[in-house]
Each structure stands twice: as structure tokens, then as C-alpha cells.
Design a protein around this ligand. Structure first.
Ligand SMILES: Cc1cc2nc3c(=O)[nH]c(=O)nc-3n(C[C@H](O)[C@H](O)[C@H](O)COP(=O)(O)OP(=O)(O)OC[C@H]3O[C@@H](n4cnc5c(N)ncnc54)[C@H](O)[C@@H]3O)c2cc1C
Length: 393
């Protein structure tokens, strides 16, 4: 495996950096999914459209669907640069990282023509309606029902922890279409308009008092039958492809890597009490984080390398997700520890260090091993599909 970027890809990275330097205000510290702030949201929408206008929102997609036909490696470089510069994500993960690629695998041609260009332009944002109050790791036990009625399906039920549902235009929803067969075999996937009558969204504040995820209720919501993706009762295959895409995301590792670099910069500056860098213990901790960040980057690169060979990452992506979640916690814990009492001050506070970012990161890192499938479930996948160990009873 050669980790050097081709001259074309290296030039693409430089082009992206120039664009980000021009488009992001100096010292930009965007909380990219902090969507309950109207000003930040307006900036995110504007920025996303600028990316879309250049076909940079989904550059690896085929041209006919709004992309540029770039390689998965070039797409990864884009994701890496956006996350490193903390650019507004514009719901990229759910729209471009998950729903779009899944539709390319399981959607019919009419659906691809209808949905993909809106995603690629950055104008139509998606969310993922999978988890329910009683169905998380055991997703196939979901109870939300979809019943055929003429040319429509009628949806009733509830989803929970739906990131970005309050700012999304569309949802990829899983619902039970057949309750009389084994649970994995009676689920279908739908593209649902979030403005359809009967859809209601209720925000849930997370541990950092931010509104990022929601509960979504469906009361007699009519969804056209042509919005069913992947065939009736084949939703489980659609769901597992979706999750594989989600786990190959490099943005988390790149964001954590940026925080490590910020901490190193901070340690080299003089603060009340001296220059942290002069203490061997501080240098040791930062060196340790730098190693973890580089390992995480290589694990993520490996996943993208598999994708670039036309393979859908499976246990390799789970391995990467476990590492990213662990690393997020370690970077936040160590960072907060280094900043001392100042690190606990809120963003905006006069004495807050690094814009209070570590305090927020510390709180949010706890959800890393849960969202997108828990670390325990990822370890089961690595054990069974990666190591060939038997399923537990
Ligand atoms: C920040 C965040 C964002 C999210 N965004 C979305 C979203 O946009 N859309 C969406 O649909 N969902 C979303 N989720 C939900 C997420 O997918 C679920 O929380 C996750 O799958 C776990 O499900 P659960 O919360 O029901 O926990 P449970 O499944 O009840 O798990 C409880 C505990 O039991 C363990 N456990 C369960 N089964 C096993 C097993 N077989 N082996 C070993 N241990 C096991 C788990 O690891 C966990 O520790 C999000 C969650 C978070 C935290």
C-alpha cells in the first residue's frame, strides 16, 4: 500500500485549502453540527451551497448525479480537509456519506435521477430514521409500521436520536412492512419528505446542552410507493449497507487530529504558570496523542483504500469506528487534564482556553462509542467477521 498522494490528489488538497482559507472567516471555529444557532445555520447553508455549486459536495459521485467522478481517495481528502478546518458539515455525513451511496447501491435509476442531484448540490439535507425507543443495537426489532394503501404507504410510529431531523429536508426511514416473518425479513426502506403531513419533530438536548438530535413521530404519514428503496421487505440489506458507509467516515479522526495539533500549539505558548511544553510530562502526553491520531488516520485511510478497490468496508470499518471513539475520549480527557481548571470554562468565557472546545469535546466524546452502533456491537462484528470467532449465545 502506497500512502503517497498522486500529484493530482495533492494538487486537489491544495486547491481545497485555498478555498477554505478564502471562505472561512479568520480563526473560524465552527461547531459544524450546532444547528440550533440561527446565524451558524445560515452560514452552514450558504457554505454548503458554495461547495455544491463547484460540485465539491459529492465530488466522487458520477457526473450525471451531480458529482465530478473523482476517486474515493479524493473524496476522503475533501472530508479530511473540511473536518480539519472545522468547516460547516451541512449534514454531509447523512446526505453524502450515507444516504447517497446507499441509494446508488439499492435505488433504481428513476430514484437516483430524482434524489441524488439535490443531495449533491448541497440543497437537500437528509437524516437517518433507524433507531427507536426500544430498538437500537437490536435494530431489526423496530416497530414503526408501513402499510400499503393504493399508491402510497402509510407510516405510523416513532424514531429517536435522529441527528439533524430538525434541519433535514428528507429522511431515509426504516419501517416494518411485514410483521409475520422473521424480524430481519419484514423491513423496508423509504425516502420520506420531512414536511409531509403527520411528521413531527421534537428536539432532545444532548449532554452538552446542544440540540443535535431529536425524536420524530409519524402519524398516518403517506409516502409514495415509488419512494420505497431496494424492494419490499429488503430494507435490512439497505440498512446494513448504510451502516457500513457510516463507519468508514474519516471526519471524526480528522477533527480529533486537529484538536491534538491545537493542544500542541497551546502547549508551546506561555500561560500563567509557565510554558506547558517545558514539562516532560506534558510533552509525553502530547506525543502519545499524536501517535493515536496518526494510527487513527491510517486505519481510516485503509477503509477508504478498500472502497477505492470497489469493496464495501465491513469489519475494517468497525475497527476504525472503535478506534475513533476511543481516541475522541482520550484526546478530550487528556486535553482537559492539560488545560486544568481553565479547560472547564464554557466557550465565550473570558478565561476559556482554546475557545472552550475541550470542555464541549469532553462531554460529546461520551457519545462516540454509542452513535452509529455501539463499540460493543462493533467488537462483535470484528470478532465474528474479522477474526472468524463464533457468535455468542
Ligand atoms: C450522538 C448520537 C447520534 C445518533 N444519531 C442517530 C441517527 O441519526 N439516527 C438513528 O437512527 N440513530 C441515531 N443514534 C442512535 C444510535 O444508533 C443508538 O443509540 C445505538 O445504536 C445504540 O442503541 P441504544 O441506544 O438503543 O442502546 P442499546 O442497544 O439498548 O444498548 C445498551 C447497551 O447494551 C450493549 N449491547 C446491546 N447489544 C449488545 C450485543 N449484542 N453485544 C454486546 N453488547 C450489547 C450496548 O453496547 C450498550 O452498551 C444516535 C446516537 C447518538 C449517541
Amino acid at each position: 500500500m502506497d500512502f503517497h498522494l498522486s500529484p493530482e490528489t495533492a494538487a486537489w488538497r491544495e486547491e481545497l485549502r485555498t478555498f477554505l482559507a478564502q471562505e472561512l472567516p479568520p480563526g473560524f471555529e465552527g461547531d459544524d453540527d450546532f444547528f440550533d444557532n440561527e446565524e451558524q445555520m445560515a452560514f452552514a447553508k450558504e457554505f454548503t451551497k458554495k461547495l455544491g455549486a463547484r460540485r465539491w459536495f459529492a465530488p466522487a459521485w458520477p457526473e450525471e448525479y451531480g458529482g465530478m467522478g473523482k476517486t474515493p481517495v479524493e473524496q476522503m481528502v475533501l472530508n479530511e480537509e473540511l473536518a480539519y478546518h472545522r468547516a460547516p458539515s451541512g449534514g454531509r455525513l447523512f446526505t453524502i456519506g450515507i444516504t447517497g451511496p446507499t441509494l446508488m447501491v439499492h435505488g433504481n435509476e428513476e430514484q437516483k435521477q430524482r434524489f441524488l442531484p439535490g443531495m449533491a448540490s448541497g440543497e437537500v439535507w437528509y437524516c437517518q430514521g433507524f433507531s427507536e425507543p426500544e430498538s437500537g443495537s437490536d435494530l431489526a426489532s423496530m416497530q414503526t409500521r408501513a402499510v400499503r394503501d393504493g399508491d402510497d404507504y402509510v407510516i405510523n410510529g416513532q424514531k429517536i436520536w435522529t441527528s439533524n431531523a430538525h434541519v433535514a429536508d428528507m429522511m431515509m426511514l426504516l419501517a416494518r412492512t411485514n410483521p409475520d416473518v422473521p424480524k430481519h425479513k419484514g423491513i423496508s426502506a423509504f425516502m420520506v419528505d420531512m414536511t409531509a403531513p403527520g411528521v413531527s419533530v421534537q428536539g432532545i438536548d444532548n449532554i452538552a446542552s446542544r440540540h443535535d438530535f431529536n425524536q420524530v413521530f409519524f402519524e398516518d404519514v403517506r409516502v409514495p410507493a415509488e419512494n420505497l428503496v431496494g424492494g419490499v421487505d429488503h430494507g435490512w440489506y439497505v440498512a446494513t449497507t448504510t451502516l457500513d458507509f457510516e463507519r468508514s467516515n474519516i471526519a471524526a479522526i480528522s477533527g480529533a487530529r486537529r484538536t491534538v495539533h491545537d493542544l500542541i500549539r497551546w502547549a508551546k505558548e506561555t500561560h500563567p504558570g509557565g510554558r506547558p511544553w517545558d514539562k516532560p510530562g506534558v510533552r509525553h502526553k502530547l506525543g502519545d496523542l499524536a501517535v493515536e491520531a496518526e494510527v487513527g488516520r491510517l486505519v481510516a485511510y485503509r477503509t477508504v483504500w478498500l472502497q477505492s478497490k470497489g469493496e464495501i468496508p465491513n469489519y475494517e470499518a468497525s475497527l476504525g469506528k472503535i478506534w475513533m471513539a476511543m481516541m475522541g475520549i482520550k484526546v478530550a480527557n487528556t486535553g482537559l487534564n492539560l488545560l486544568g481548571a481553565y479547560g472547564q470554562l464554557e466557550p465565550g468565557s473570558r478565561w476559556a482556553q482554546l475557545q472552550g472546545r475541550l470542555r464541549t469535546a469532553y462531554l460529546l466524546a461520551m457519545s462516540g462509542p454509542i452513535g452509529g452502533g455501539t463499540s460493543e456491537v462493533q467488537k462483535n462484528i470484528v470478532a465474528q467477521r474479522g477474526l472468524g470467532l463464533p457468535r455468542g449465545t
